[in-house]
Design a protein around this ligand. Structure first.
Ligand code: ADP
Length: 370
């Protein structure tokens, strides 16, 4: 190995065996780590010297004590499962937010950053204020959506009555039709906002009810075939009898959103195919369409709320702009993720990845593909 490669290797955070290092608290340097409460040095080797002086108030929030904790594995000291999972993973681009193991209304953001010499720093930030503001924002959206539902139901009801009333002058037919369409759109947006609020406010991972995914997909497939204005070929390719442990309504909502998008953004002559399969690394659901596709610069932003590649087209299709945000949150709650492959004019593939721990092996025998 050349010198440069050796240097790079020693700088990389290898956290699987990380222990609290001696002199473990570095005073947070505001210019280096803005907003950090403290930085905890963690080393890959046992490093039990210097059980020195304590400036440890922020570390105590994590339940860490000097000198007793020096040299102990950090994942034995901070046992929150999400933290252990984060530490043993290899993606430290984003911080992990946890509630510390002390009776305080506190949120801490933890982030591993390379420090050199086989060591890493665990940066600790107090994000309680941001989390409270975020909770207020979510409550506000949920309450506003809920409050809007009743008046909108009344308006829609009157519009339905007017549309069927033969005594209304025929010149009103067009405007009434438009008003009903807009009221329907508002209903769809509010329904999606409520689904998203519920997903966002649900704590932790989704429940683990056994779900017969092949049967759920067969039902979605039948509904899609019954729809008007659909692409000519709507196919279901079941390659696994496995199911998933999860929350059925959340997964159904995610799969439906992906399928509906495939149908919406594919022409009548096109094809939309749902595929379900599994291997030793997990289970996968994909919607593959031959539709309008998406150019590369939009792909990273698709799961943002109300992000649309072509707002006019999306609205024209009755889209709320929230579908993929719902998919992302529902998958996250199942330890899964969404992958998007697309090329403008050539079609798209949206794939949901689920971890092996979520696979339910008792699925029904494979049904015939359509
Ligand atoms: P919408 O309700 O507008 O469809 P989504 O959140 O479901 O909102 O999707 C966001 C945007 O991503 C859409 O407005 C559309 O531009 C793009 N998109 C989603 N799915 C597809 C697809 N299968 N083919 C092409 N574009 C898509």
């Amino acid at each position: 190995m050349d010198e440069q490669a050796a240097d790079a290797e020693s700088l990389a955070p290898q956290t699987s065996q990380c222990r609290v290092a001696r002199g473990f608290i570095a005073q947070a340097q505001p210019q280096e780590w803005p907003g950090a409460l403290c930085a905890i040095r963690i080393a890959n080797q046992r490093d039990a010297g210097d059980r020195g002086q304590s400036r440890a108030a922020p570390a105590r929030l994590l339940g860490l004590k000097r000198p007793g904790d020096v040299g102990l594995r950090i994942d034995n000291l901070i046992r929150t499962p999400e933290f252990v999972h984060y530490l043993h993973g290899d993606d430290f681009a984003m911080p992990l937010i946890i509630r510390p193991p002390v009776p305080l209304e506190l949120y801490l953001a933890l982030q591993v950053v390379p420090y050199g010499g086989g060591q890493s720093l665990l940066l600790v930030r107090d994000v309680t204020r941001q989390m409270r503001l975020e909770a207020m924002r979510k409550d506000f959206v949920a309450n506003a959506s809920h409050e809007l539902r009743t008046p909108l139901t009344v308006i829609s009801g009157y519009l339905d009555t007017l549309a069927d009333d033969p005594s209304i002058d025929s010149s009103w037919a067009g405007p009434i039709k438009d008003m009903r369409a807009q009221a329907q759109r508002m209903n769809a947006i509010i329904a999606d906002l409520l689904v998203l609020s519920r997903l966002e406010s649900a704590e932790g991972e989704a429940v683990r009810e056994p779900i017969d995914v092949p049967r759920m997909l067969e039902r979605l497939h039948r509904d899609a075939l019954a729809g008007a204005d659909r692409p000519r070929h709507v196919l279901l390719d079941l390659q696994s009898a496995d199911g998933l442990y999860g929350a059925a309504h959340e997964l159904e909502s995610a799969f439906t959103n992906l399928l509906v998008n495939g149908l919406k953004y594919t022409s009548k002559e096109g094809t939309v195919r749902m595929r379900w399969w599994s291997d030793e690394e997990g289970a996968y659901f994909a919607v593959i369409d031959s539709g309008i596709g998406i150019s590369a610069e939009h792909i990273p932003r698709l799961t943002e709320r109300f992000y649309r590649v072509d707002a006019g087209r999306s609205r024209g299709q009755g889209g709320s702009g929230l579908g993929l945000a719902i998919v992302k949150h529902a998958l996250q709650r199942h330890g899964g993720r969404l992958e998007v492959q697309s090329a403008e004019g050539k079609g798209s593939t949206f794939t949901c990845h689920f971890p092996p721990q979520r696979i339910y092996k008792q699925g029904v025998p494979i049904a015939a593909s359509a």
